[in-house]
Design a protein around this ligand. Structure first.
Ligand SMILES: C[S@@+](CC[C@H](N)C(=O)[O-])C[C@H]1O[C@@H](n2cnc3c(N)ncnc32)[C@H](O)[C@@H]1O
Length: 245
């Protein structure tokens, strides 16, 4: 069993789910880099709880929200139903993505890329490109690997306390594979420890540029944060906007 098969359950929400305020910032960013087409068709790939799918549906976009975890999709469906929003929720592994020129935008948000081996990651990227209509845009939201490297010393071994849980992190970046391997222990106050691990390939910008070119996409924008600051030394994110010719 691979790490991602059981990582994205309740503890993922505790560890990583952005707050509503953060989500508002993400949506403002999305609107600023994806040209305002009314009725745009958008694929929210690895949509998680559907927090962005809902916000995009409110903009009037026609959203397909895809994830391989039924528990995640269920949350999205419930929220969409309550809000009276029509969203197409699809249970599928992103490695089986098979759309041809159907979407104006494809979104891979919150470091949802790099889970597999390099060849497989490239295949997923190529499938994202195929899913786009000509002129359509892909938005890849990744951590800035170079910043991660400089700050790893501070974060490699640490613990925090959140929502009545102790969270312990042990992180190592393997220079030979370019993967960040994490071991995470979640200890509920007065409860038993739960253990998780993850292994994500973090690409440099030049690596990613080459992969996007191979996938048939051209970079039209690169930002270092959701406030659209330039991607530079020390910026937290690598937000790549790429267009299909
Ligand atoms: C870091 S979360 C991001 C969720 C969402 N994009 C967001 O911005 O909140 C990554 C998501 O990828 C999904 N995922 C992981 N592996 C996947 C796969 N092979 N196919 C489809 N979804 C996958 C997980 O279930 C999880 O919901």
């Amino acid at each position: 069993m691979a790490w991602y098969d059981d990582y994205f359950e309740d503890d993922y929400l505790l560890l990583e789910e952005p707050t509503d305020v953060e989500t508002l910032g993400h949506i403002a960013f999305l609107r600023s880099v994806l040209p305002g087409r009314t009725q745009a068709r958008v694929l929210d790939l690895a949509c998680g709880s559907g927090r962005l799918s809902l916000a995009m549906a409110r903009l009037g976009w026609r959203v397909t929200a895809l994830d391989f975890k039924e528990s995640m999709l269920r949350r999205g469906r419930e929220m969409a139903e309550k809000a009276g929003l029509a969203i197409d929720f699809i249970l599928q592994d992103m490695r089986k993505l098979n759309y041809e020129a159907e979407f104006d935008f494809v979104l891979s948000f919150l470091h949802s890329f790099g889970y597999f081996r390099d060849e497989e990651n490239l295949r997923v990227l190529s499938a994202m490109a195929r899913a786009l209509k000509p002129g359509g845009r892909l938005l890849l939201d990744l951590a800035n690997r170079d910043t991660l490297l400089t700050e790893l010393e501070k974060h490699a071994r640490r613990w925090i306390y959140r929502s009545d849980h102790y969270l312990l992190f042990r992180r190592d970046l393997d220079p030979l594979t370019g993967r960040l391997d994490s071991k995470i222990t979640v200890i509920p106050e007065g409860g038993l420890a739960r253990h998780h691990s993850s292994s994500v390939r973090y690409y440099t910008y030049p690596e990613l540029k080459g992969m996007l070119r191979q996938a048939g996409l051209k970079i039209v924008g690169i930002h270092g944060g959701y406030d659209r600051t330039p991607c530079a030394w020390g910026s937290p994110r690598m937000l790549v906007v790429a267009e299909k010719g």
